[in-house]
Design a protein around this ligand. Structure first.
Ligand SMILES: [Zn+2]
Length: 161
């Protein structure tokens, strides 16, 4: 998901790495982003939350889905999804426009997914990579989501009509 598409021609010479290499570098940076997701999963599990991962039938393929609670959770890398934090602002100096437009596209896609989920009566929570580092705050937040009993029977994600 979110593999960088090739940059437009003309930008290629400005990057010392070249776009291919740069993409590989950035992908590696991103793949470490699975660690925050793991941390969030472990936390939710320890609080008794049972979930499914990457529900492809839902807009934006939320990372963690608690269907019984109609709760969709995204764990977002600060750079890739354009968080307003120090890490999110760290755009590579070379091919800057390319990365900025890439992040802008991700943000637009995120916003659309969020809106579609909200319209379908899902609750959407975004956990930013940088927030995962503050374990007590995150645990308190997650405990809040799990406090209320499930609204519908778990697992189906179906709405009563
Ligand atoms: Zn951040």
């Amino acid at each position: 998901m979110n593999d960088p598409s090739p940059p437009p021609r003309g930008e290629e010479r400005t990057d010392v790495y070249g776009p291919e290499k740069r993409s590989a570098v950035m992908r590696r940076v991103k793949s470490t982003g699975t660690t925050p997701e793991l941390a969030v999963r472990r936390l939710i599990w320890s609080l008794g939350g049972r979930y499914r991962l990457n529900r492809k039938d839902l807009p934006g393929k939320p990372d963690i889905v608690l269907a019984g609670r109609r709760l969709a959770i995204f764990v977002h890398g600060c750079f890739w999804h354009g968080h307003d934090c120090a890490r999110g602002a760290r755009v590579p100096k070379t091919n800057r426009d390319y990365w900025l437009s890439k992040v802008a596209r991700n943000k637009a896609r995120d916003a659309a997914a969020r809106e579609a989920l909200t319209d379908a009566k899902w609750r959407v929570e975004i956990i930013w990579e940088c927030q995962v580092k503050d374990a007590p705050a995150l645990a308190a937040r997650a405990a809040g989501w799990l406090k209320a009993p499930p609204a519908i029977s778990a697992g189906t994600g179906r709405r009563r009509s």
